[in-house]
Write a protein that binds this ligand. Structure first.
Ligand code: ADP
Ligand code: MG
Length: 383
């Protein structure tokens, strides 16, 4: 592939831990012939601290994918440092693009198009992916789709799932979002409810900090919750008995803080390992109760028979188990991507890009990314 030279030079300057690589091993001859019959889209995701590239066939079959995470770098900061994240993307993108092309045995020329996560996100981070995608699209004369990251979390349900039926209600629960959507096609969702304060992932991260656990808090609280007693602490579930699609996690977060640290931090509890596990289990149970009950309510209000769930919090094992039993009991079809396609990834960007390119929804060279707060599916009403 064509490379932009200074990006390569910058790789030597920036330390980047490339970990958690996922990818199809090199394809067999049969798989390559099958791949040649599909419309292939290369997706790029760089909205936060994960640089991801993937090649997806017909919006559903992942041929190759790779993720470089900077999470370890940011653990010491307790969160993402935007400028460092953008530099990390610049350092790793060219190598990752090369890697997926060679894993899939595909040339840029044989792609049906490119897709890039263009909003919302950190503006410096988004700029790196959008610039890379525009350069390749322009140089190779390929169609380019500008993808909404939130809509892409819901389009992830198409990966490995050829028969997704619409309309459906979607829940995106991540570090920055916890909202419900109603959609009639991939990428065509409007917001119908959601959190009025913290996102679920943000609440997990803050609760973990209260308990002295590392960032990001969700995965470690998930693991520790499995060893704890969810009834050891009593925590509130805001709005759970009303008939609105509102969520709020500020109350449960603050209740945990007060129980652990005491009012004004004056009477802290001394928690042993079991106490921390219990607190994780109680907190997780509260968040999961709210997310699941409002999803069922949304399906009832909007009279749909199918629900889709995406975003990093959809990796949570208790949430996945509860979604499976609750939707089966309610007679709903559940679309739940594999955990690796719930967290930020490029396969979901390529999947949605496929549908946009098929519909002729293309971006031009004037595409500019939009930062968090300036974009995202339109809010319908907070019922
Ligand atoms: P965003 O794109 O909004 O930054 P992601 O989709 O990358 O968010 O999800 C990251 C969030 O998901 C973090 O807040 C993290 O704590 C949370 N998360 C990841 N895995 C789990 C889990 N197993 N349980 C609960 N939360 C999780
Ligand atoms: Mg995300």
């Amino acid at each position: 592939m064509q490379r932009v030279p200074h990006w390569h030079n910058s790789r030597k300057l920036v330390r980047l831990d490339v970990k958690g690589r996922i990818g199809a091993s090199v394809l067999s001859v049969d798989e390559r012939n099958h791949a040649a019959a599909m419309r292939l889209v290369l997706g790029i995701e760089s909205s936060c601290d994960e640089t991801a590239v993937a090649i997806v066939g017909d919006g559903q079959q992942v041929l190759a994918e790779v993720i470089a995470s900077q999470a370890d770098d940011f653990a010491t900061w307790g969160g993402v440092v935007p400028e460092l994240a953008a530099r990390g993307h610049v350092a790793s993108l060219p190598g990752l693009i090369d890697q997926v092309l060679s894993q899939a045995g595909v040339q840029l020329e044989s792609l049906a198009g490119l897709a890039v996560g263009a909003w919302p996100g950190l503006i410096g981070s988004l700029l790196t992916g959008v610039t890379a995608a525009k350069v390749i699209a322009q140089r190779r004369g390929l169609p380019l789709a500008a993808v909404d990251h939130i809509q892409a979390h819901l389009a992830a349900v198409h990966l490995d799932q050829p028969n997704v039926t619409y309309p459906l209600v979607g829940l995106v629960a991540s570090g920055g979002h916890s909202n419900y959507y109603l959609g009639d096609a991939p990428g065509r969702f409007v917001m119908i409810g959601g959190t009025i304060d913290d996102a679920a992932g943000e609440a997990f991260d803050k609760a973990a900090a209260t308990l002295g656990l590392e960032y990001p808090g969700g995965p470690i609280m998930d693991r520790r919750a499995a060893l704890g007693n969810p009834r050891a602490l009593t925590l509130p579930r805001s709005f759970i008995h009303d008939d609105t699609l509102r969520l709020s996690f500020a109350g449960i977060k603050t209740a945990l803080l007060y129980q652990i640290k005491g009012p004004l931090g004056r009477d802290p509890m001394t928690l042993d390992e079991n106490g921390i596990n219990d607190a994780c289990a109680a907190f997780q149970a509260g968040v999961v109760d709210c997310l699941v009950s409002k999803l069922l309510l949304a399906a009832k209000i909007h009279q749909v028979r199918a629900v889709a769930v995406g975003g990093g919090v959809a990796c949570n094992s208790e949430l996945r188990a509860r979604l499976t039993t609750a939707t089966a009991a309610a007679g709903l079809q559940l679309y739940l991507p594999k955990p690796r396609h719930c967290a930020d990834n490029a396969a979901m960007i390529a999947a949605l890009g496929h549908f946009q390119i098929e519909r002729g929804e293309l971006a031009g060279p004037d595409l500019v990314p939009l930062p968090t707060g300036n974009a995202g599916p339109r809010r319908k009403s907070l019922r």
